[in-house]
Design a protein around this ligand. Structure first.
Ligand SMILES: *[C@@H]1O[C@H](CO)[C@@H](O)[C@H](O)[C@H]1NC(C)=O
Ligand SMILES: *[C@@H]1O[C@H](CO)[C@@H](O)[C@H](O)[C@H]1NC(C)=O
Length: 334
């Protein structure tokens, strides 16, 4: 009875929550409406391991810090006041329900390293319960993790955006994001996504995409039209999907995220890390046929200007915090 009461209160909270918008790389034409959340679909996680995407973030972070890329958090300290923040969840929720944000960044000390920067923002909705702090998997849960290559190298950026919004909305965008400029006629320039030397990685990426995306369209359906300003930064190998529970409960978005999405995330990440490590170990200088730095500048500008995370971060942590995190850490100018 007590549990049920708790669920009802949570449901009311989500009903009351205003329109929320998707995070970062999710195409901005996506608008999330306030949804009528039924009380039965709200549940707490069974473990104390944090929010939905903490395990995703930790998987990547541990590998990064132990890689041959020489990454350290000390090389690019996140300002103390931005590292963490918390926002009291409003509305008739159990006392103490919070939406926490955590920001981490790491960089190599060597400026010639093929990787310039990796950083993430993790948002988790957590609530105290009799058996510890629990995550609410159907409330706001976000991971935005980006690996930026050295801006002298003609390489894609690894962009990972995993977003759960109240109302059983899940948006996932995982991609090797091209930085090459569009061709003269405005078409995407996939030919220059990888330099010749790295074609073997493109082949493997293609294989990952076939296995996780093309062959699993029932589980991870195409997320929909990508708006014109974003198209340039999406590759043909993107995992871009929106998933929801089915009304008859035959399909459980949360478990798809924990299984299929997690597997795909790990494999895309591993491949990118392997490519970077390979480049670092061989100390290869890559020739680009275009102004590489401009591609990176365009990418950062696009993410700052069109970032749908801004309204969410502003609403939760105030304008000062949101603006500083976006422009000083997440998408800092080159
Ligand atoms: C949600 O509830 C409101 C008010 O009860 C109703 O007008 C609206 O049509 C409902 N929306 C959906 C998607 O069911
Ligand atoms: C952290 O978030 C709160 C809102 O919960 C906000 O008032 C505060 O200014 C934020 N902290 C910083 C350092 O911006």
């Amino acid at each position: 009875m007590r549990q049920l009461y708790l669920f009802m209160k949570l449901a009311l909270f989500f009903l009351a929550s205003k329109q929320v918008e998707a995070f970062v790389n999710i195409p901005t034409s996506v608008r999330i409406q306030t949804l009528n959340q039924s009380s039965t679909s709200i549940r707490l996680s069974s473990s104390d391991e944090g929010g939905t995407f903490r395990v995703f973030a930790e998987y990547a972070w541990e590998k990064l810090l132990n890689s041959e890329l020489g990454l350290s958090e000390d090389n690019i300290p996140v300002p103390k006041d931005l590292e963490k923040n918390t926002s009291e969840a409003k509305g008739p929720v159990p006392p103490g329900t919070k939406i926490d944000i955590e920001i981490k960044a790491a960089a190599p000390s060597d400026e010639e390293s093929p990787l310039r920067l990796v950083r993430y923002a993790l948002l988790e909705t957590l609530t105290p319960s009799e058996s510890g702090i629990k995550s609410i998997p159907q409330a706001i849960q976000v991971l935005n993790l980006v690996m930026f290559p050295n801006s002298k190298l003609p390489l894609p950026v690894l962009g990972m955006d995993l977003v759960t919004l109240p109302g059983n909305k899940n948006l996932i965008a995982i991609d090797f994001q091209p930085t090459a400029p569009p061709t003269d006629d405005g078409e995407q320039n996939y030919d220059n996504m990888f330099p010749n030397y790295l074609e073997k990685y493109e082949e493997r990426l293609k294989e990952l995409h076939e296995r996780h995306v093309q062959n699993q369209q029932d589980l991870l359906p195409f997320g929909g039209e990508i708006p014109p300003q974003a198209k340039r930064f999406f590759s043909p190998y993107a995992l871009w999907t929106r998933i929801q529970d089915d009304d008859d409960k035959s399909r459980d978005a949360f478990s798809i995220i924990q299984t299929e999405v997690f597997k795909a995330y790990c494999e895309y990440f591993d491949l990118y890390l392997e490519m970077m490590t390979d480049l670092a170990v061989q100390k290869l200088a890559l020739d680009a046929e275009y102004d590489v730095k401009q591609g990176h500048v365009d990418y950062l500008n696009y993410r700052r200007d069109f970032d749908p995370a801004r309204p969410m971060l502003t609403r939760l942590y105030g304008e000062d915090y949101a603006e500083e995190v976006i422009s000083d850490v997440l998408f800092k100018e080159l």
